[in-house]
Write a protein that binds this ligand. Sequence first.
Ligand code: ADP
Length: 259
Amino acid sequence: MDNLAPYYHAIGKEIEVFEQAYKSRLPFLLKGPTGTGKSRFIEYMAHTLNKELITISCHEETSSTDLIGRYIIKGAETIWLDGPLTTAVKKGAIIYLDEIAEARPDVIVAIHSLTDHRRELFIDKLGQTIKAHENFALVASFNPGYQRGFKELKPSTRQRFVAISFDYPKPDVEAKIIESETGVDISLAKKLVNIATKIRNLTELGLTETVSTRLLVDAAKLIHGGLPKRLSVHVAIVEPLTDDIEIISALKDLCDLMI
Ligand code: ADP
């Protein structure tokens, strides 16, 4: 490939682990809260391994038909259209099922035979079973449900994957990521990380999700673009976190003191 690799800063041994897992075509699960670099990691790995990446953002309406394919009517004809999973299985792409636990249960059923030694996909509407291309690999992400509102993944499904946990990077690494992603200077990046660390420790606020690296990158982009610092932090970090007016006001005071 001639295009540049996406920027990814390794947090632990995830690159080595993924390379080994891919060699054996083991299904791979990226666990962790939103905005911790899971999608970026798989983009980076696909690029490094020189494989096509097909990403599906799963939501509660995502069904096996969306993934496998459907008949569509074109003029007077009915034609079959492969879904993204079938395409990946045939072409030997890496399929990334982002937030797999959100999808309908029939999606989990559909991938079963792809996640064990069979490596095949059953297309029920065509009555066909297709063998996966040798380069095909299945990767999924999952946001562990220790907070309210997230769906669980059954143990029988989880045990089909090699899994690795993603979390917020150490402060100096996170500052480096913000600097590299946005071009702000490192001292500002560190201030943003300090704000994040402070808010992440305020567990008593009961936030469903706390400040992710993504939010810090967004704030840094706004600041780099010329928006005032406090306003940037407010709209990119505080407002996305909660709709509770009192918490917003408390966080605003805290952030204003820190930047
Ligand atoms: P997730 O898929 O876990 O929700 P993303 O991969 O979309 O999160 O990450 C959100 C943003 O955070 C990315 O666009 C990138 O700017 C930044 N980011 C987070 N972790 C990293 C990392 N380790 N290396 C590079 N960028 C990162």
